[in-house]
Unconditional design. Structure first.
Length: 229
């Protein structure tokens, strides 16, 4: 099933400003926070030096800029997520696609690589692996997509045959060629599978429910089949 969506609905699903889930994604680990803090410190120091060299008595504008970049460690995730959302919003047409889980399996993927020195003094590369879940989704038309995400404990509830819904994007009005698609929602078990939370999930579930209610009403309005003998 493929249901086209209006531009207004699409922009509600993927807003320009980062959602809470997207902020958490880019907040990252302790190493990511330390990197942003280092960028903030270096930027503030640079602005202070420039301010001293240009204005002996200081400039309020430089003070404002200094405070802003000094808080980069805090608002940096908003900026990164917003840029990613803008990249998605460039697609002019979108739709709601529903299929089923045709296959589900696990793999191990290299997440990061680190250079370390072993006991012999040799430089070696250590690969950090992460278990990931892979979903193959398909429908009766033969259209298929593959979604991969970090494995979570709640993914144990996923099995073949379950319904899956995703947001698809295209440059074509009839959605004849899909250019991009979002994370997957499995309504029967109320589970999400995603590497990055593209959607406002509360709005996405609401859109699904509205479409189902509309289709149900249309069926009830259809006249009964008449048989002539």
């Amino acid at each position: 099933m493929l249901v086209p969506l209006t531009r207004q609905t699409f922009e509600q699903l993927i807003p320009i400003v980062a959602t809470g889930d997207q902020y958490k994604y880019y907040w990252g680990r302790l190493s990511d926070i330390l990197k942003r803090a280092l960028i903030s410190a270096v930027s503030v120091l640079t602005i202070v030096l420039i301010n001293v060299l240009i204005h002996d008595d200081g400039d309020p504008l430089f003070l404002l800029v200094g405070i802003t970049v000094g808080l980069y460690w805090l608002w940096g995730p908003v900026l990164l997520a917003s840029f990613r959302n803008i990249e998605f919003r460039k697609y002019p047409y979108s739709g709601l696609w529903q299929g089923k889980v045709s296959d589900v399996y696990l793999t191990e993927e290299v997440v990061t690589q680190e250079e370390k020195v072993n006991k012999k003094g040799e430089l070696i590369i250590v690969e950090n692996l992460e278990q990931r879940i892979n979903l193959e989704l398909g429908d009766k038309t033969g259209f298929t997509v593959e979604i991969q995400a970090p494995l979570r404990r709640y993914h144990q509830g996923i099995s073949r045959g379950q319904i899956a819904v995703i947001l698809v994007m295209s440059y074509q009005q009839d959605l004849g060629k899909i250019a991009k698609y979002s994370d997957a929602y499995l309504p029967t078990v109320n589970l999400w599978v995603s590497d990055y939370p593209y959607l406002r999930r509360d709005v996405f579930i609401e859109v699904i429910n509205q479409i189902r209610l509309s289709r149900k009403r249309n069926k009830q309005r259809q006249p009964p089949n008449l048989k002539f003998e």
